[in-house]
Design a protein around this ligand. Sequence first.
Ligand code: ADP
Ligand code: MG
Length: 193
Amino acid sequence: MPDPALTARTISVGETRDLAAGLAALAQPGDLVLLAGDLGAGKTAFAQGFGAGLGVTEPITSPTFTLAQQYRGRLIMHHLDVYRLDQLGEVAELGLSELLDDEGVVLIEWGDAILPVLPNDYLEVRLGFAVGAEASDDERRIELRSVGVGWAHRQVSLLHALAPWADAPADTPAERPTRQGRAGEGPPEGAPC
Ligand code: ADP
Ligand code: MG
C-alpha cells in the first residue's frame, strides 16, 4: 500500500525550482523520480531545480529531442523525457537499468507512461495546473507519492522539505503577499473593473 500523497502548491516557476532543490538534498544514489503532469505543468522546471539542488551548474534544458541527458553534481543526474517514445520497446534503447545502476539519480519526464518497465521503487512527482476562479496561471499543485521502500523511508524528510509550500487546508485560504497585484496580471477579459 503506497504512502498517502503529500501535496504542495507553488505560485511561480522559481518556487517550483526551490521546492525541487529542497528535495534534491534528500536524493541518494540509485534514486528514481518520475515527473508526471501535462505539457507545461513544470516537469522540466522541477528537473532544473532538482539539478541546482544537486549542485549542477550547467543549464538544464528539456531533453525532448535527446531522450536522456547527464549532468554532474553531488550525484550524476540523468534527465530523461519519454514523451515521444511510441512504444515501450523503445525504452530498451535508453539503457534504463544501467542508468539506475549508475549510482546517480534518474529523473524521467512522463515516466508514468512507462510504468511497466520501471522498478517498483520511485518517487512520483505529479504537477498540475491549479484550477478555480482564484487560481493564477503560475500556480501549480504538486503531489508527491512514494512507491516502494526507498522513498517511503524518507517520508518525514519529504514532509519537511515540502513544508514551505504545503498546501493550505481548504477552509483556510492562504494569502501570500506575492499573489497580489503581480505584474502583467490584469483582470480577465470581460471582467468588471
Ligand atoms: P513541462 O516540462 O511539464 O512541459 P516546463 O517546465 O517546460 O513544463 O514549463 C513550465 C512552464 O510553466 C514554464 O514556462 C514556467 O515558467 C511556467 N510556470 C509558471 N508557473 C510555474 C510554476 N508554479 N511551476 C512551474 N512552472 C511554472
Ligand atoms: Mg518538459
